[in-house]
Design a binder for this molecule. Structure first.
Ligand code: HEC
Length: 279
């Protein structure tokens, strides 16, 4: 008996020690810090714009096969006829179909060297909506790659930059940044008080919290703020697909709590009636 208890204790201890490891594996360590974004499922306009971008620019390669067109239309307040006319590009698909695509695994491997993952749940697995929000904003020009681009978050990625016309081309550059003094503050010229800078590139910039990327002027049709909004909406939409019933659940949860509060009053009154007889 005692031995069993000891074994159980050891197992519990092992699980406790391993837990942080599991957490890291699930959240994943990323080569660059993820940019913050707060998804907002109440913002239907944002979800609609995100769905439009997804269906226009991503669906050709990435399916969304745990989600149906009908459910998306209903949840996002898109009339079915508009959805079928403007957002469903697969002529064999009906409104009740799963949002699948027809790219075969063999073709994908041949074209890209890897298979585009289904994105219904994928980005959540990789690190949440922040992952996609960052990933789609850190493509940069790299002539050594087959599609001419690389990605800071996913080195040597097999995916072309599908939104390069909107964002424009980013290049890796070196930047003049302030040197740090021994006390951790910025090093300044004792006479002029101006910060003393030095030229840093790549990872050195990243370590100091500066982006090593710079947009080539005039290559994109959107301003950086407009592009960030497009990607915010896209990440918001993919966050919605992870758990489409989240909003319903939260709404129903409030009614359940209200009901329980109401029910408690009657239960208490009934309890009082019952206990009266004991006194
Ligand atoms: C031309 C095909 C193509 C298009 C269009 C495309 N992708 Fe991809 N995508 C790929 C391929 C191929 C991979 C796998 C890359 C690899 O494993 O090297 C990928 C991988 C990804 C990943 C996974 C990255 C990771 O860290 O594992 C995400 C996220 C992603 N794509 C998002 C998108 C979004 C969002 C869009 C639309 C704006 C999009 N993709 C459009 C081909 C495409």
């Amino acid at each position: 008996m005692k031995k069993k208890a000891m074994n159980l204790k050891k197992m519990l201890l092992a699980v406790l020690i391993m837990l942080p490891g599991f957490a890291l594996a699930a959240g994943g360590e990323t080569p660059i810090p993820l940019d913050a974004m707060e998804p907002n499922l109440e913002d239907q306009a944002s979800l609609q714009r995100g769905a439009k971008t997804y269906l226009n620019y991503c669906m050709g390669c990435h399916s969304l096969k745990y989600q149906r067109y009908q459910r998306t239309a209903d949840d996002l307040g898109i009339p079915v006829d508009l959805m079928m006319e403007h957002m469903v590009f697969d002529s064999s698909a009906q409104i009740g179909s799963l949002m699948d695509n027809t790219m075969s695994v063999d073709h994908a491997k041949q074209w890209f060297g890897s298979v585009p993952p289904d994105l219904t749940l994928y980005t959540m697995l990789k690190g949440g909506p922040e992952y996609l929000y960052t990933y789609m904003r850190v493509f940069y020009e790299d002539k050594t790659r087959p599609f001419g681009v690389n990605n800071l978050l996913f080195e040597n990625v097999g995916m072309p930059h599908p939104l390069v016309e909107l964002q424009g081309l980013q290049r890796k550059v070196c930047k003049q940044i302030p040197l740090l003094a021994d006390n951790g503050g910025e090093m300044r010229d004792p006479l002029s008080g101006e910060p003393i800078t030095s030229e840093q590139c790549g990872d050195d910039l990243l370590h100091r919290g500066f982006s090593p990327l710079e947009l080539v002027e005039g290559t994109g049709s959107l301003t950086p703020e407009e592009y960030d909004q497009v990607i915010y909406d896209l990440a918001n939409f993919l966050y919605y697909t992870v758990d489409p019933s989240r909003l319903d659940r939260e709404r129903i949860g409030i009614y359940v709590l209200l009901f329980l509060a109401f029910f408690y009053v009657f239960t208490w009154l009934l309890g009082r009636e019952y206990t009266k007889e004991f006194h």
